[in-house]
Design a protein around this ligand. Sequence first.
Ligand code: GRF
Length: 194
Amino acid sequence: KRIAILISGGGSNMLALVRSMTGDHPARPVLVASNDPQADGLVKACDLGVPTAAVDHRPFGRDRAAFEAELLRHIAAANPDILCLAGFMRVLTPDFVARFEGRMLNIHPSLLPKYPGLHTHQRALEAGDTEAGCTVHEVTAILDDGPILGQARVPVLPGDTSDSLAARVLVQEHHLYPAVLRRYAGGDRSPVLL
Ligand code: GRF
């Protein structure tokens, strides 16, 4: 299976995915693309020999469709079977999602359906939750919705800040996403529960 990964920043989840696709793994990375040409993850992907592309979303202003058309040009050229959103911070239009529905994954730093959207760790702390975590799900037109393909749980500890909790969750993201992709690329959509 050919995997394209979309990032916006550091790309630590992208790195974990790319590093997992070796040996008898049924998938290989064919593209890492970003909406930010300065994304550090692009350099890391390049160092690992993965083709990269950057489409700065800012010149397109509010014209999401025009930005996505340019992004799609690079994605189509790589001809991926599966699209993985990994720290990708742009909302995608229903038209874009429709092109990849059923073969597009995203990782979200909360135990969905709790806390879709932003500032998930702060919200969990403010709610007094005793556990938090991350979710990999299939992407649908509804933000941070879609069938759950995997979850990993971590304890919320006394004195946690959103940064300390985010760091604990991020470690699990790097285990969860590669585990889900390996199963999903092999055609198994049963959830990975860590
Ligand atoms: C992190 O907050 C992670 O929880 C979320 O996206 C952010 C950046 O991830 N998935 P990455 O290091 O760019 O993969």
